[in-house]
Design a protein around this ligand. Structure first.
Ligand SMILES: [Zn+2]
Ligand SMILES: [Zn+2]
Length: 194
C-alpha cells in the first residue's frame, strides 16, 4: 500500500486560529485540514512548585474541520481519533498525528512560559497534498463520445486522452489537475474525493 502524502502539524497557539499556519502550507496542500484545540488541564503540584506540571486531563475542541466550523468541545482522545478515521484520514496518518500531538503536549508542559497555565490551547492541522488526489483518483482514458470539458468549455474529441474521476466524469488532464489543487471534488457533479 502506498503512503499518501499527508502533513501533520501540532503546536501551541493562542485563542485565535493562526492564519499564518495555513499560509505556511506549501502550494497544493489545501485539501484536507482540521483546526482543533487541545485543552490540557494541568496542575502544579504543591509538593514541587518549581517542578513540571502534572496533566490532569485532555479535552479537545474541534473548531473547523475542512472549511466548516462545527465547534464541538469536550471530545476525548478516542473521539478525535475516530473523527479522523471517519473523515478518511488513513490510519498511519492518524498515528503520526497522535505522535505529533503528544510531542507537542510534552513540549508545552516543559516550556517555562506556560508555568502556572491551566489551559494550553493547541492547534492541530492535518492536510493532504493535492497530488495525492491525482494519483489516487484520476484514471487516464480515451474519449469515446465527443463531449465538452466543463472546466474550460473546450471540446474533448473522440480518440483523445482524458482524465476520469471515480464519478465517471471526464476532463482534460491539465484542467482537472489544476482544479484538484484547490477543490477536492468533481466540478460537474460535486462528487467529494475526500
Ligand atoms: Zn478542459
Ligand atoms: Zn462527477
Amino acid at each position: 500500500m502506498s503512503r499518501y502524502h499527508f502533513e501533520c502539524f501540532a503546536e501551541q497557539t493562542n485563542d485565535e486560529i493562526p492564519t499564518e499556519l495555513v499560509l505556511r502550507l506549501p502550494p497544493n496542500y489545501t485539501i484536507r485540514y482540521f483546526y482543533m484545540r487541545l485543552l490540557v488541564t494541568v496542575e502544579q503540584p504543591l509538593s514541587s512548585p518549581d517542578g513540571p506540571l502534572v496533566i490532569l486531563g485532555h479535552q479537545f475542541e474541534l473548531l473547523a474541520p475542512h472549511d466548516q466550523a462545527i465547534g464541538v468541545s469536550g471530545l476525548s482522545w478516542n473521539a478525535i481519533i475516530q473523527f479522523f478515521t471517519q473523515n478518511g484520514i488513513p490510519n498511519h496518518v492518524v498515528n503520526e498525528a497522535t505522535l505529533r500531538i503528544t510531542t507537542c503536549v510534552s513540549q508545552m508542559l516543559q516550556n517555562p512560559n506556560n508555568a502556572g497555565r491551566m489551559l494550553l490551547p493547541m492547534l492541530v492541522l492535518i492536510s493532504c497534498r493535492a497530488s495525492v488526489l491525482v494519483q489516487r483518483f484520476l484514471a487516464t482514458v480515451v474519449v469515446e463520445t465527443e463531449g465538452i470539458c466543463c472546466i474550460c468549455s473546450g471540446r474533448m474529441e473522440v480518440g483523445s486522452p482524458a482524465s476520469r474521476l471515480p464519478c465517471n466524469h471526464c476532463y482534460h488532464d491539465g484542467c482537472i489537475r489544476e482544479w484538484l489543487n484547490s477543490n477536492p471534488s468533481c466540478p460537474f457533479c460535486g462528487f467529494q474525493l475526500v
